[in-house]
Design a protein around this ligand. Structure first.
Ligand code: ATP
Ligand code: MG
Length: 258
């Protein structure tokens, strides 16, 4: 009889090892990330929480290829992001991942539809295909009636949904979100969280979201806590609600206990 083959572990979708980032601005030297390692298998909605200045945005920027690490390795969907050339990073950012920010970063002179199509136009994709794909994405995000509106004729929540559609144009497997509802009221925020949670459940999409709000993180299935440039804890959210999560988070931040 042949021995059973050894189980081969599928590589994680997001794998970060020993990540360090030091900013040198003039005489100031800031160690924003000291030593971050984390692994996310893929599929799901994952949160990142931590005090202001703990390095959350820095971490997301490095994973999204917007800045380069001082040391460490970043593997996203099998690609070694830390080792990419500038040209590779440009195509990685445009095609392999999506990213949304607290400021929606839409172009004010363009309609919602044109904003969503823009990364594809820059990439030289056929316009008919882009128009159809962008239209379908906007429809699916409840914006079928807003395609020809410019950003100043859209609510904040609608603008963020346009930004989400734009981020998903090339069907990335990973979406990064840095406090996506930081500028929104509670009703619009809830709608965005529910949409992100649904997308993570129903598409081949893993979402990594930085947030200050326990009500946002309660939509995640797992939350990493960052403190002083390291991952200090990990919360398995499961079926718990935002009150439980808020208390658990406070306990960690106040005492660092488990
Ligand atoms: N471009 C930069 N140059 C120098 N220092 C920076 C730069 N960007 C961030 N920092 C510093 O690095 C540290 C981490 O910043 P970061 O923006 O990652 O924090 P954060 O956890 O996202 O905070 P917040 O919750 O307030 O958004 C801070 O001390 C910040 O001042
Ligand atoms: Mg930040």
């Amino acid at each position: 009889m042949n021995p059973a083959p050894a189980a081969i572990e599928a590589p994680a979708l997001i794998d970060v090892r020993g990540l360090r980032k030091v900013y040198n601005s003039g005489a100031e030297r800031v160690e924003a990330l000291a030593d971050v390692s984390l692994s996310i298998r893929g599929g799901g909605f994952v949160g990142i929480m931590g005090p202001s200045g703990s390095g959350k945005s820095t971490l997301l920027h490095l994973l999204a290829g917007l800045d380069r690490p001082t040391a460490g390795e970043i593997f996203i969907d099998g690609q070694a992001v830390h080792a990419m050339s500038e040209a590779q990073l440009t195509s990685y950012r445009r095609q392999r991942i999506g990213i949304i920010f607290q400021q929606f970063n839409l172009l004010g002179t363009m309609t919602a539809l044109d904003n969503v199509m823009l990364p594809g136009v820059l990439d030289g994709r056929p316009e008919a295909w882009l128009r159809q794909r962008a239209g379908e994405l906007l429809e699916s995000l409840g914006l079928g009636g807003r395609m020809n509106h410019r950003p100043d004729a859209l609510s904040g929540g609608e603008q963020q949904r346009v930004a989400i559609a734009r981020a998903l144009l090339f069907e990335p497997r990973v979406l990064f979100a840095d406090e996506p509802t930081g500028n929104l009221d509670s009703t619009s925020s809830r709608r965005i969280w529910e949409m992100l949670a649904t997308m993570a459940r129903t598409r081949d999409l893993t979402i990594l979201m930085v947030t200050h709000e326990p009500a946002a993180a309660a939509h995640c299935h797992r939350v990493f806590i960052i403190g002083d440039g390291r991952v200090t804890d990990e919360i398995d959210v499961g079926q718990h609600d935002s009150a439980w999560l808020a208390a658990r988070y406070q306990q960690i931040v106040d005492h660092g206990d488990h």
